[in-house]
Design a protein around this ligand. Sequence first.
Ligand code: ARG
Length: 242
Amino acid sequence: MKKLFKLFIICSVSFLLFGCNKDDNKLVMVTEAGFAPYEYRDSSGIVGVDVDIAREIAAAMGKELEIKDVAFDSLINELNSGKADFAAAGMSINEERKKEVDFSIEYVSSKQVVVVRKDYNKIKNINDLNGKTISVQLGSVADTYVTKNFKNSKIVRQKKFLSAAEDVKAKKSECIIMDELPAKELVKNNSELTILKIELFTDKYAIAVKKGNTELLNKINEVLEKLIEEGKIEEFVINHSS
Ligand code: ARG
């Protein structure tokens, strides 16, 4: 009787530990879906370049893709707490992030640009950013950059680029610093905004996984290599640019 009871306890504990784990057939991508053309919402749900890439990864692994949309500054926590398998979010590689997650090979080269109102002319070069009110996405590389380099500027950290655009339109902020292609999409939809011809810095995107998850990382790299070689990423970008 005692033995049976022990067995019962062992079984229940292992069920709690392993049985309730994430569905093995699912691959969970986490992103912040306010970043067209890389991830955005349309009538069919969350779509974009990163979603197309993620679908290829899931297909190659024979798994069903699930997409979670969270705040950009929660992506790393989603990975490290095991709530998601990988982050595909136009995420730039940098040293700080490398300490917290493992990155795939690079799949996009980007640059950071300045978005302003068309009738605004107080920023002619990088130094002019000093002392200005600057909107960024909370936790983005632009956030890190302005925090480090423009100590006299007022930084408005928004969760959504749309809110940053509203800030600038309402003159609550003088500019947005953000990635080039998403900036182009943003100004296409907000005719009072434009992109300045100042380039701040370049960056490279990669997919992130929890530190040490080399098995998944290898699969992701295999798929990315193939997509890059076949010119598919450029194709995805064209398909998702308006
Ligand atoms: N490339 C920038 C970064 O890594 C911004 C990415 C924003 N991505 C997004 N899905 N909102 O910090």
